[in-house]
Design a protein around this ligand. Structure first.
Ligand SMILES: Cc1cc2nc3c(=O)[nH]c(=O)nc-3n(C[C@H](O)[C@H](O)[C@H](O)COP(=O)(O)OP(=O)(O)OC[C@H]3O[C@@H](n4cnc5c(N)ncnc54)[C@H](O)[C@@H]3O)c2cc1C
Length: 427
């Protein structure tokens, strides 16, 4: 069996690749080991750059029909709800100035609806490994379908099989994973209407994040230590919940529903990963197979969709699906994406440290950076553009000194008076 492209994994990275490559008229086979997508708390905030790509691909109407909630503001607040730093997405350049809050399965559904006639999706198929020719070029994959092994040939293999990518390993591409020192507890709370905002509360014991979801639901993430809930019985869990709520008075409107849904929590490990090489002849890494960042900056889908868009653009300009042209495009893909992914990794890691550090010096430093960023409209605009992905710019070493308050940024205060906070909406 032979295709132009075989895509392994039907998450955002895989479906986006199938959409973008199918639109070039290539025959694409998408394989996923799961019979249906799992309902997990991940990939719910679509930054404006993701919205731009999904709009280009015709996926926005399905997202809107699925109830995606538009939000134009991200605020870091103290436990009482006072704004420490507010990012106003309405100030972004261009047409895309909102985050869309939705479920990961809605994003997958919207993408699946845009796949062309040349794309076939097969579920319940485990991809075991990459197959290579005598030169070492990847020429297909070996799969297990219904207990039977099978080999599928393709001129291009896209490894979009997530964080623990078997394909990445079997193609000899390393991935360096580092775990953060905390976990996230995720709660899906029904029947509550929170402010149209992504609210990050910087509490003594770490981050508490709240945002709306379709159908009058909201997501609450609570940062915990790895062993914090281990072995807790029902009463101890209730006491833990009371202490958590007492630490963030602004969450009081969620107290009742949180107590009622304590047992529906998911505990998630938090990590970052980088593959130093994003391609090898015949194979491209896309999405979390290539890169993962701390989820709190909501950058993973921007990067996965951007991977797919870039890969298709380069393949088209390399002039076709012949192996030599594919390999030229793959070399370009590595060079093009590496810089952008480095930038995203830095932005995400810095945001994560600012929000999740609980130990003395790191927390003090994070607080200081937040204060100086909040007081500097230019840095606020840069930060908003970097998170949104529509107008990314690296912060220079001098900008870092401004952030730390070690230099005064004269440019930031020139011109008409600028607001330093954005009102005081609370959840
Ligand atoms: C808690 C959390 C919250 C997040 N929140 C956000 C957010 O708000 N915004 C954002 O942009 N990003 C967010 N992210 C990141 C985002 O979810 C990921 O970047 C995105 O899901 C990556 O998509 P992917 O397709 O690469 O991987 P996945 O979604 O993991 O998909 C991989 C697919 O490959 C399949 N697969 C794996 N191995 C095999 C195999 N051997 N054979 C066949 N199939 C296989 C799996 O079944 C799966 O369907 C979050 C992540 C986490 C963990």
């Amino acid at each position: 069996m032979s295709y132009d492209v075989v895509v392994c994994g039907a998450g955002v990275g895989g479906l986006a690749s199938a959409r973008a490559l199918g639109a070039l008229g290539l025959t694409v086979l998408v394989l996923d080991r799961q019979k249906a997508p799992a309902e997990v708390a991940k990939g719910e905030l679509l930054q404006p750059e993701s919205v731009r790509i999904l709009d280009d691909w015709g996926a926005l109407p399905a997202l809107r029909t699925g109830g995606a909630v538009p939000v134009d503001r991200l605020a870091i607040r103290d436990p009482g709800g006072r704004v420490l730093l507010g990012l106003d997405y309405r100030a972004l350049p261009g047409a895309y100035r909102e985050i869309l809050c939705t479920g990961y399965s809605n994003v997958l559904h919207a993408l699946a609806g845009t796949l062309g006639k040349t794309v076939e999706v097969r579920r319940g198929v485990l991809v075991e490994k990459a197959v290579r020719d005598p030169t070492g070029r990847v020429t297909g994959v070996r799969v297990i379908d219904g207990g039977r092994p099978e080999e599928i040939c393709a001129r291009l293999v896209v490894a979009a099989d997530g964080l623990s990518s078997r394909l990445r390993r079997s193609a000899g591409l390393p991935g360096v994973r580092r775990d953060y020192d905390h976990r996230l507890l995720a709660f899906d709370l029904p029947g509550v209407r929170v402010a149209d905002e992504v609210s990050a509360y910087r509490a003594e014991h770490g981050l508490r994040l709240v945002y709306p979801l379709p159908g009058d639901r909201c997501r609450l993430y609570v940062q915990i230590r790895p062993e914090e809930l281990r072995g807790l019985g029902a009463d101890a869990l209730d006491a833990w919940c009371d202490r958590t709520l007492a630490g963030v008075p602004a969450l009081e409107p969620l107290a009742e529903v949180l107590r009622a849904h304590l047992r529906g929590r998911q505990i998630l490990a938090v990590y970052r990963l980088r593959a130093p090489r994003l391609s090898t002849p015949g194979l491209a890494l896309v999405g979390e197979a290539a890169h993962a960042v701390h989820p709190m900056a909501a950058q993973g889908m921007n990067s996965s969709l951007g991977d797919a868009e870039t890969l298709a653009r380069l393949l088209e300009s390399a002039g076709g699906g012949e192996p030599a042209a594919v390999d030229r495009a793959l070399a370009g893909y590595h060079a093009d994406r590496l810089r952008r992914l480095d930038h995203t990794a830095t932005v995400s890691h810095n945001a994560a440290r600012m929000l999740t550090s609980t130990a003395g010096p790191a927390r003090l430093l994070g607080g200081r950076m937040m204060r100086h960023t909040a007081a500097n409209p230019r840095l606020l605009r840069l930060t908003t553009g970097n998170l949104a992905g529509v107008d990314p710019h690296r912060l220079t070493p001098v900008d870092r000194l401004y952030q730390l308050g070690l230099l005064r940024d004269r440019r930031a205060y020139v011109g008409p008076e600028q607001p330093t906070t954005n009102g005081g909406r609370t959840a």
